[in-house]
Design a protein around this ligand. Structure first.
Ligand SMILES: [Zn+2]
Ligand SMILES: [Zn+2]
Length: 229
């Protein structure tokens, strides 16, 4: 499972030039894991132990339900409920609120098997992005040609770039410049389009064309929010 994802050439992931490349990677990983969970993973008891422990966020339960058959979904839920009933809830009513139980439920609420696998793989893929950037001018060009990097992934990339598997020495400056431009140029474009969009509601502009500002609200949401939980 892990091998499949790690062997996808990073160049291929950057070629489609459609939206934020890291969002695109996340979508690809998400689709792969969701299908895996309700498919091949059904035959792997080790994965079930993990998913029983971590559970899923609402987004991923919903995606699993639409991607998979009803029975695999119900079987996953059956063993997840059993794990909660046996390992998290106390066998009988407590005489006072039990802090440990509350902590366990809060931890479960914040964890999701799919989210955690995606997060793990994204760090790995970013390390590959950094190494490719330092190895190949062709990849640097491909990186610069991305339409934009969303605000969340700007922070993600920058934080990993200074990490152990990040960007080294002389490459740091051009890399930061390229990454900054990908987010900064796009925010400028959004600002311009958003102001234009607002101005279209002035009666003096009645009948004019919204032009490329027409989907600016959708584009702002895409830029400003992380779709992943
Ligand atoms: Zn993104
Ligand atoms: Zn999730």
């Amino acid at each position: 499972m892990k091998e499949n994802i790690c062997t996808i050439p990073i160049n291929d992931l950057f070629k489609p030039k459609n939206g934020c490349p890291i969002c695109r990677m996340e979508e690809m990983l998400e689709e792969t894991y969701v299908e895996f969970i309700v498919g091949d993973a059904m035959m792997e008891p080790n994965i079930r132990i993990e998913t029983n422990k971590k559970g899923f966020c609402r987004r991923h339960f919903t995606k699993m339900f639409s991607a998979g058959q009803k029975l695999p979904n119900a079987l996953i839920m059956e063993s997840h409920l059993k794990a909660i009933a046996e390992n998290i809830l106390p066998p009988k009513a407590p005489s006072k609120p039990d802090k440990k139980v509350i902590e366990k439920i809060n931890a479960l609420r914040e964890s999701c098997y799919v989210c955690e696998r995606i997060d793990h793989d994204i760090h790995h893929l970013l390390a590959t992005v950094f190494s490719e950037y330092q190895k190949s001018e062709e990849f640097q060009k491909l990186y610069r040609e991305q339409p934009f990097i969303c605000l969340n992934h700007y922070a993600y990339i920058m934080s990993d770039a200074s990490g152990k598997r990040g960007i080294k020495g002389k490459f740091m400056k051009p890399f930061c410049e390229d990454t900054y431009n990908l987010t900064k140029n796009y925010i400028s474009e959004l600002q311009e389009d958003t102001s234009y969009f607002c101005s279209m509601f002035d009666y003096r502009n009645r009948g004019k064309d919204f032009g490329k500002s027409k989907d600016v609200i959708e584009r702002n949401i895409e830029y400003l929010t992380k779709e992943q939980p």
